[in-house]
Design a protein around this ligand. Structure first.
Ligand SMILES: C[S@@+](CC[C@H](N)C(=O)[O-])C[C@H]1O[C@@H](n2cnc3c(N)ncnc32)[C@H](O)[C@@H]1O
Length: 276
C-alpha cells in the first residue's frame, strides 16, 4: 500500500473577507433567500476588493444551460471554495427539479465560508458541503449510498487531481454511459493546461491501457470491485489508498471545449464531456 496523499496545509487567505464584505453591505437585509443577489455581491467583491478563484459570471451561464437541459437529480462538484458555484449551480439544479448538489472541499475554512453563504442563499436543503479531500468525499458518497450515479460531475479543485479523480470515479462505477456529463474548469490545451486530462478523455482503449500501465500505481486493484468494497467496509477500512486509484480504461468520452479570454489575457476553457 502507498501512503495516502499528504493533506495540504490549511490556511485562511482572503476568503473569509467575503463574509465581512457581504454582512456589511447596506442592502444585506435584502439578501437572505436570494441566490442571484448573493452571486452579484460575490462578483462585486471580486472586482472591487480581492480576486477570488470562482467560476464567475462568464463561464457560469454555459454550465447553467447544461443543467437546464440535463435536469440532473444529483450533481457533484469537486472544489467548493467559498460556495459561488454551489450557489449558482445548486440553484439551477433546484430550478430544474433536481434533488441534491454535493460539493466536496478539502479546506475547512473555505467550506465554512461556503456553508454560511449557502445558508444565506436559502439553499441548505439542496446543497450539501462535505469537508474532505475529493477522493474521500467521493467514497463517502458511495459508502453512505448518497449516490448511485452522478448525472453531472463538475471538476474544479486542483489540476493534479483531475485525471486521478476521474479514474477513481470510473472505478466507483458511478458514471452512466449515455447520460452522465463531466464538466472540467481551467482546461486550455493551447496554454498546456489540462493536457493530461484531455489526453485521457481522447485516448483509445489501447492508449488508456498503456497510460494505466505507465502510471506509478503501486496498489493491485486487479479484480477489486471498489464500490462494493467501499459500501461494505466504509471509506477508511478498504485497505486501499483511494488517492491513488487507476481507472478502468473502458469508458469512451466525447468532449467539447468552450474557450474564454482569461483575466490575465490568456485563454482559459471549460471542457464538457459526454460519457458515451
Ligand atoms: C478553484 S476553487 C473552486 C471554485 C468553485 N468551484 C467556484 O467556482 O466557486 C478550488 C477549491 O478546491 C479545493 N481543493 C483543492 N484540492 C482539493 C481536493 N483534493 N479535494 C477537495 N477540494 C480541493 C481548494 O481548497 C479550493 O477551495
Amino acid at each position: 500500500m502507498t501512503a495516502t496523499e499528504p493533506r495540504p496545509r490549511i490556511e485562511a487567505g482572503r476568503e473569509p473577507d467575503v463574509l465581512t464584505y457581504i454582512w456589511n453591505l447596506p442592502n444585506f437585509d435584502k439578501l437572505p433567500g436570494q441566490p442571484e443577489k448573493i452571486l452579484d455581491a460575490i462578483d462585486k467583491f471580486n472586482t472591487e476588493r480581492n480576486r477570488l478563484i470562482n467560476i464567475g459570471p462568464r463561464k457560469g451561464p454555459v454550465i447553467e444551460k447544461i443543467i437546464e437541459e440535463k435536469k440532473p437529480s444529483i450533481m457533484v462538484e469537486l472544489g467548493c471554495y467559498v460556495g459561488y458555484s454551489a450557489i449558482r449551480f445548486g440553484n439551477a439544479v433546484r430550478r430544474a427539479g433536481g434533488k441534491k448538489y454535493y460539493s466536496l472541499e478539502i479546506n475547512p475554512i473555505n467550506a465554512s465560508v461556503a456553508k454560511l453563504l449557502v445558508e444565506l442563499a436559502g439553499l441548505q436543503d439542496i446543497v450539501t458541503i462535505i469537508v474532505a479531500p475529493s477522493y474521500e468525499g467521493l467514497a463517502k458518497l458511495v459508502h453512505e449510498s448518497l449516490i448511485e450515479s452522478v448525472e453531472i460531475l463538475f471538476v474544479d479543485h486542483v489540476k493534479h487531481r483531475y485525471v486521478l479523480d476521474l479514474w477513481l470515479v470510473e472505478q466507483l462505477g458511478i458514471l452512466q454511459p449515455g447520460k452522465s456529463v463531466i464538466i472540467a474548469d481551467n482546461i486550455s490545451p493551447s496554454n498546456s493546461r489540462g493536457t493530461d486530462y484531455m489526453d485521457w478523455l481522447h485516448a483509445s482503449t489501447a492508449e488508456k491501457e498503456a497510460t494505466l500501465a505507465q502510471h506509478a500505481f503501486t496498489d493491485d486493484f486487479g479484480g477489486v470491485e471498489l464500490a462494493k468494497l467501499i459500501k461494505e467496509k466504509g471509506v477508511k477500512k478498504t485497505g486501499l489508498d483511494l488517492s491513488n486509484v487507476p481507472g478502468t480504461g473502458t469508458y469512451s468520452y466525447e468532449t467539447k471545449l468552450h474557450e474564454f479570454e482569461g483575466h490575465s489575457g490568456r485563454t482559459d476553457g471549460v471542457a464538457i464531456t459526454n460519457v458515451l
